[in-house]
Design a protein around this ligand. Structure first.
Ligand SMILES: Nc1nc2c(c(=O)[nH]1)N[C@H]1C(S)=C(S)[C@@H](COP(=O)(O)OP(=O)(O)OC[C@H]3O[C@@H](n4cnc5c(=O)[nH]c(N)nc54)[C@H](O)[C@@H]3O)O[C@H]1N2
Ligand SMILES: Nc1nc2c(c(=O)[nH]1)N[C@H]1C(S)=C(S)[C@@H](COP(=O)(O)OP(=O)(O)OC[C@H]3O[C@@H](n4cnc5c(=O)[nH]c(N)nc54)[C@H](O)[C@@H]3O)O[C@H]1N2
Ligand SMILES: [Mo]
Length: 763
């Protein structure tokens, strides 16, 4: 069967972007019935007087440019600015048992939540209650805990700095560091790996650096879908003649060819710009080996060049002055043989040397990476290999060079900066103690995976989610959902209904909040919040739409309301005053983190905001050694296939019409899938080897699952140009194939991108 014969699957032959993008925006606005307001909202996206795009964390050119077109940013805004409403009438009409049969799309498509709701087990329904009653119930439950570590304070990265700061203050005043965060499922290997390498777990580049790079290395990210505004940057770089090397097992159209909806000539002529100069397709999880191969080649060439009296390949002055551990890395690479590197990476030596050659010729290299690198068993160490590669040629801390992790949620980085972190630093805690006059807990708290394990053991009793869809984003729904069911109380601060809300503990509350697009008026007047983008730029965000319901409260107001109820009227923190005027929250953030936020309130009043200090970009290394560290690869997670060559590795991806667990629609235009998501992309030879053909109905089973229950049934096989042994399918439908204990050992990030599976005809 050819691709043309599989229902909903047809080849997409156009570049990414172009007219298809414009059309998709119109459809998204119409579907959400937002045509007027959503359209107006779009004009204020990322503008100095407007709101930060709730889509991705890619920065904007100084936040002063004219509107930059982004199809998926528009979808994110339309989804929030919808006129649909999930009112108490919806909950009166449906029990939770019924609602659980709805799709993830249908649940959120019910519209914006409008009133606080409490679960009534007798009728199996959510019933409305007042804010005061809701706060009182949470406050009572927090006070009733035997130990503060029985509470889990989850946050998803859309929360503002102000909301996240109050949330961590609430948890730490209670006495716990249990702050599981979406980051634990996302860029945690960056937060854990890079500090040991470079002294900071963030990117080192600015947007301006992209204008000066002559080589961009792109590892494991899909910007046409997930960071669409980055396409302008990549397109400009390509047009300037910069080389772009892509490393991705899957051929992503936007990384091949892109047509800018902002370029009248490209639009009129149906032209496009080539993005990748060369597209390398390593095997899933093969990146560390591939980078090791590149480094091995560079070091060998350097020795040859020096012996021949030619210019060296490595930046020896930089290595001597700024780094430590080069000899150990070189010795480790020396010990690796090429056949092993080829087997692990899935690329031949000649191809790896070709990439290394391009890097050796480059004067300024930027290395970008996303979830394709961070969601494997040894990802923290893999991220460190990326840093090693850059350090070898002094590509950190000078113009046009550096490391660029593509962050996930629009403020996931900021939430961490202001303290929503289960492993806070001692200086941060000491500053909290000093500013607030209490003793913050020192013992580290739970990551997402650890929180689920604590629920499973019955040790966690109470969960508060500041946004997100914890139950669906996490691995292994069977175990995770059962674990959540053991809780005494689940509290969800949310804009839209999702499956996590339908998995209550003994009690459950939904607290509806304002979204970023909405006007936030408090006792002190109209408020702005602040967010930090992928490049450490902090700026203000001010909503423009009227709130979806008069009952909505802001995230800071809700957190403050819970805190007052939990700590009582005597509590010295002025929770009401902080809610009245967010400048006061920012003053406290500045007091706790003066080296980062000095002059916070003045500096966010400047369009574009300000950049937090990024020490590696100044060649200052805040590591224990005071130098940047070369760190050899450590396969601490072991081999995902356990040596069984029949086992396939499954990578779980986002479609073009989704935002994490939010499913806008069932199309994945650039991958040629329409109206469905139940497909598995596979190499045709892997299909044939199992007696299968494209279009066949198949099951995927978790490979090393003793229970034999972790199976995804009745998906359709679609042939794709993927390396042998690799399959790909959509998240979150396939999360059941990811084991809870299959994660990066150091960061706890689930191995969502290399789940060992077996593929067979559907039974
Ligand atoms: N529209 C939209 N925007 C988003 C999101 C969204 O869902 N929708 N999510 C936001 C969030 S939270 C995040 S974290 C980011 C995610 O942004 P990305 O990191 O782009 O996310 P993924 O779709 O998970 O895809 C990662 C890419 O990695 C590739 N890949 C898979 N396995 C491997 C591997 O082993 N090696 C290599 N080299 N590549 C591999 C896949 O083929 C895919 O192209 O986007 C953010 N922005
Ligand atoms: N298999 C697999 N699993 C994955 C991944 C993967 O690649 N593969 N990726 C992982 C990654 S990178 C991430 S970041 C996580 C995402 O995990 P989460 O961040 O927990 O999930 P989201 O889907 O982004 O959350 C969506 C919900 O957030 C709420 N929401 C939206 N906007 C707001 C707001 O402004 N305020 C509040 N309070 N709530 C709001 C809405 O109720 C919506 O239903 O998933 C992870 N899970
Ligand atoms: Mo993410």
């Amino acid at each position: 069967m050819s691709a043309d014969d599989i229902p909903g699957v047809r080849p997409y032959r156009n570049p990414a972007g172009g007219w298809g993008s414009l059309k998709a925006v119109g459809t998204a606005l119409a579907d959400q019935e937002t045509v007027m307001e959503g359209g107006r909202s779009l004009l204020h996206l990322n503008q100095p007087d407007g709101f930060d795009c709730p889509g991705c964390a890619w920065p904007d050119p100084k936040h002063t440019s004219s509107f930059e077109f982004c199809e998926n940013g528009a979808k994110a805004v339309a989804w929030e600015a919808t006129t649909k409403r999930a009112t108490p009438a919806l909950f009166a009409a449906h029990t939770l048992t019924e609602l659980r049969t709805w799709s993830d799309h249908a649940l959120e498509d019910a519209g914006r939540l409008t009133e606080p709701m409490a679960y009534d087990p007798a009728s199996d329904r959510y019933l409305p209650l007042s804010w005061e009653a809701a706060f009182a119930r949470v406050g009572t439950a927090l006070r009733a805990l035997d130990h503060p570590n029985q509470a889990e304070f989850y946050a998803s990265g859309r929360a503002s700095n102000e909301a996240a700061f109050l949330f961590q203050l609430l948890g730490r005043k209670l006495g716990t560091n249990n702050f599981p965060d979406c980051s634990n499922m996302c860029h945690e290997p960056t937060s854990v790996g890079l500090p040991d390498s470079l002294g900071l777990g963030k990117g080192s580049v600015t947007l301006e650096d992209f204008d000066q790079a002559d080589l961009i290395l792109s590892f494991g990210h899909n910007p046409g879908t997930n960071h669409p505004r980055m396409m302008t940057t990549l397109r400009d770089a390509s047009r300037r003649g910069a080389t772009i090397l892509v490393f991705n097992p899957m051929r992503e159209r936007a990384l091949e060819r892109f047509a800018s909806p902002q370029d009248p000539v490209e639009m009129a002529t149906l032209g496009s710009t080539e993005i990748a100069s060369r597209y390398h397709q390593p095997t899933i999880g093969g990146d560390a080996a591939l980078v090791e191969g590149m480094m091995k080649a560079l070091i060998a060439w350097d020795a040859e060049a020096r012996a021949a009296g030619e210019a060296p390949v490595l930046d020896h002055a930089f290595i001597a002055e700024h780094t430590q551990g080069f000899e150990a890395l070189a010795a480790h690479l020396e010990s690796l043989d090429w056949p092993a590197i080829e087997a692990r990476s899935g690329l031949g030596r000649a191809e790896i040397e070709e990439a290394a050659g391009a890097y050796a010729r480059s004067k300024a290299t930027i290395l970008c990476y996303g979830m394709g690198l961070t969601q494997h068993r040894s990802s923290s160490s893999t991220v460190q290999q990326l840093a090693n590669l850059l350090l070898l040629r002094g590509n950190i801390g000078r113009p046009g060079a550096g490391i660029c992790p593509l962050r996930g949620h629009s403020n996931v980085q900021g939430d961490r900066t202001v303290g929503h972190w289960e492993k806070p630093s001692e200086p941060f805690l000491a500053a909290l103690d000093r500013v607030f006059g209490f003793t913050a807990p020192r013992a580290h708290g739970h990551t997402v995976v650890e929180a689920i394990a604590a629920m499973e053991r019955g040790e966690a009793k109470l969960f508060i989610g500041l946004g997100g869809n914890f139950a669906v984003a996490a691995p292994d729904p069977k175990r995770t959902h059962a674990a959540i069911g053991k809780l005494d109380l689940t509290v969800h601060i949310a804009t839209k209904l999702n499956r996590s809300h339908l998995l209550p503990g003994r009690e459950s509350l939904i607290l509806p909040c304002l979204g970023r697009t909405e006007i936030d008026i408090q006792a002190g007047g109209r408020q702005a919040v602040t967010v930090e983008d992928s490049m450490s730029m902090v700026h203000a965000s001010r909503g423009l739409n009227p709130p979806a319901s008069p009952q909505l409260r802001s995230e800071p107001a809700i957190v403050a309301g819970i805190a007052r109820a939990a700590f009582g009227p005597e509590d010295p923190v002025d929770w009401e005053g902080l809610t009245a005027d967010y400048d006061r929250i920012r003053d406290l953030i500045e007091a706790v983190l003066p080296e980062l936020f000095a002059g916070y309130n003045e500096r966010i009043r400047v369009p574009g905001g300000f950049r937090l200090p990024v020490a590696p970009s100044e060649r200052v290394w805040k590591t224990a050694s005071g130098k940047a560290n070369f760190l050899p690869f450590l396969a601490d997670g072991g081999d995902a296939r356990q040596g069984d060559s029949n086992v396939l590795l499954l990578t779980t991806l986002r479609s073009h019409d989704q935002y994490n667990t939010t499913i806008y629609g069932a199309n994945d235009r650039y991958r040629g899938v329409f109206g469905r998501r139940d497909v598995v992309f596979a190499n045709p030879e892997d299909l044939a080897a199992r007696g299968l053909a494209p279009g066949d109905r198949i099951d995927l089973a978790a490979a090393f699952d003793g229970s034999g229950e972790r199976v995804i049934r009745g998906f359709t096989a679609v042939a794709r140009d993927l390396p042998r042994g690799c399959v790909a399918a959509y998240y979150p439908e396939t999360n059941g194939l990811v084991a809870l204990d299959d994660h990066d050992r150091r960061s706890g990030t689930p191995a969502y991108k290399s789940a060992p599976v077996r593929m067979r005809r559907a039974d």
